[in-house]
Design a protein around this ligand. Sequence first.
Ligand code: SME
Length: 178
Amino acid sequence: MLDAPPPISADDDARRERYVEVRLRIEALLEGEDDWVSAMATVVCELHHAFDYFDWTGFYRHARPGWLHVGPYQGGHGCLRIAFDRGVCGAAARERRTQRVDDVNAFEGHIACATSTRSELVVPVVTPQGRLLAVLDVDSDAEAAFHEVDARAIESLCALLAERFADHALAEDEPLTR
Ligand code: SME
């Protein structure tokens, strides 16, 4: 059993180091695991408890064409499903691009699952074949909580998951042609 590290919200170098530790823990925990839900649950648990500015951490799975369904997650209750044309999560799914929002009140169409949320980071989980598996949504009660270092580290983690669990993508999802 691995001990959880203490939370952190210091400078970027400290964050970067923490991501290296968290990544190693996740890789160790997921070794040999082929269950997609167990993998997602482990990732959100590890991330959520490693950073004190992560107030809601969770996946929205691309479970039906054009729709994101919540879970697994950590934090307060999250909206059950989100259409691709709504919110920050919808934008990440539609554009298949990371959304880093410093002030959610300034984001047109933001869905307020928790009124305390001030900033968020949403990273799409896209398979090497270009299919959307899910988005990973992290919300903070602090304004501009997420930096480039958070975005890059979480993108790299999502790329690992997308490659590993690519066969869970919806068959009817149209791969994005770039
Ligand atoms: N804020 C998100 C919705 C999900 S929750 O905050 C958990 C959005 O606008 O996509």
